[in-house]
Design a protein around this ligand. Structure first.
Ligand SMILES: [Zn+2]
Ligand SMILES: [Zn+2]
Length: 284
C-alpha cells in the first residue's frame, strides 16, 4: 500500500513568522501564506489513512488542516487524529502541541506516544503533561535505541541518540524503515560519532538546517548556538549527497534559505542538497 512521508513543518521551533519578531521575513510571512513555515514535524500517511506523527509542534492545528486536504487523511474515521506519535525531545517546537490532545481539545483516547525513558519521565512528572497520562489521553511507550517500534505492520521505526542541548530530556534521531532518516536538531555533526554511518544507511536524510551561516547571527556567542551551519553541512556531507537525497529542514526565521529565490538557497541546490518546503512529500 502507498505510504508517504510529509514534512508538516519546515520551520525551527518558533516557525516563520516568529512571535515577537519584526524582521523583514517575519513581516512578509504575516501577509503571505506561502512564506509561512510551521513548527518542526513530519508524519507517515498510509493510503488507508493510518497516520504516524513525529513530533507534535505548537502548530498542530494548522498541520491537521493541511492533512485534511489529502483524501487519504480526510477519509479517516472519527476518533483519534493520529494512530501513534513519537517525540524526539522536549524543546518547545517538538512537543507542546500535545496540549491539544487533552480534554479541552481533541481528548484523544489511549494514543500511543513513543519516547525515551527520559522524555517519558519528563512528561509524567510535570504538569500539565502528566494529566494527559493520568486521564488516558496518551499512553507512553518506550522508544530507546534498543527498542524497535512498529506503529503498524510494515512500518518499522528505530531511534538513535544524537547530541543536542539537553536541559530537560535527551534527543533522538529517527529512522523509518531504514530508508528515511530524520534528525531535525543536533549540536554539531562532528559531535555525533555515528553521523556518517547513519547517513550512509539511508536513501533519504532529512537533516537540521536551522542556520545558514555565522553571518546570520551578529553579536551571538557561537557557544550558545547548538546547531550546525548549512554552509558547513553542505561541505561535511559533500560525498554522501552524491548517492542519496539530503533534504535540509528546521529553518530558523532568520535563515535566508526560507526564501527559495535567495542566493543562499541557490547555493544549497547547486551543491546537490534539497530544501524542505511545507508539505514536501517523500515516498516510503
Ligand atoms: Zn527544534
Ligand atoms: Zn531542540
Amino acid at each position: 500500500m502507498a505510504c508517504t512521508l510529509y514534512i508538516l513543518g519546515s520551520g525551527q521551533d518558533g516557525g516563520l513568522p516568529q512571535f515577537g519578531s519584526r524582521m523583514a521575513p517575519d513581516m512578509a510571512a504575516r501577509v503571505d501564506p506561502l512564506a509561512v513555515r510551521l513548527g518542526p514535524s513530519i508524519c507517515v500517511l498510509e493510503g488507508d489513512g493510518r497516520c504516524f506523527l513525529i513530533d507534535v509542534s505548537p502548530d498542530i492545528k494548522e498541520q491537521e488542516s493541511r492533512l485534511l486536504t489529502l483524501p487519504a487523511y480526510a477519509a479517516r474515521k472519527p476518533g483519534n487524529p493520529f494512530d501513534a506519535a513519537l517525540l524526539t525531545h522536549a524543546h518547545m517546537g517538538h512537543y507542546v502541541g500535545l496540549a491539544h490532545f487533552g480534554r479541552e481539545a481533541a481528548n484523544t483516547r489511549g494514543l500511543p506516544v513513543f519516547c525515551t525513558d527520559n522524555m517519558a519521565a519528563f512528561l509524567s512528572g510535570n504538569a500539565p503533561w502528566d494529566q494527559l497520562v493520568s486521564l488516558g489521553n496518551i499512553e507512553l511507550r518506550p522508544a530507546g535505541p534498543a527498542q524497535p517500534i512498529s506503529p503498524w505492520p510494515g512500518l518499522n521505526v528505530r531511534t538513535m541518540p544524537v547530541p543536542h542541548r539537553g536541559e530537560y530530556t535527551d534527543t533522538v534521531g529517527v529512522s523509518l524503515n531504514e530508508d528515511v532518516l530524520y534528525v531535525p536538531d543536533i549540536d554539531d555533526w562532528r559531535k555525533w560519532p555515528a553521523a556518517r554511518e547513519e547517513i550512509g544507511r539511508h536513501s533519504v536524510c532529512i537533516l537540521d538546517g536551522t542556520f545558514f551561516s555565522r553571518d546570520e547571527l551578529p553579536g551571538r556567542d557561537l557557544k550558545e548556538i547548538s546547531h550546525p551551519f548549512i554552509e558547513d553541512t553542505i561541505e561535511f556531507f559533500a560525498k554522501e549527497v552524491k548517492s542519496r537525497r539530503i533534504i535540509l529542514t528546521h529553518f530558523n526565521h532568520s535563515n535566508p534559505v526560507c526564501d527559495p529565490a535567495s542566493p543562499q538557497a541557490r547555493r544549497v541546490i547547486d551543491a546537490g542538497f534539497e530544501l524542505a518546503q511545507e508539505m514536501t512529500a517523500v515516498s516510503l
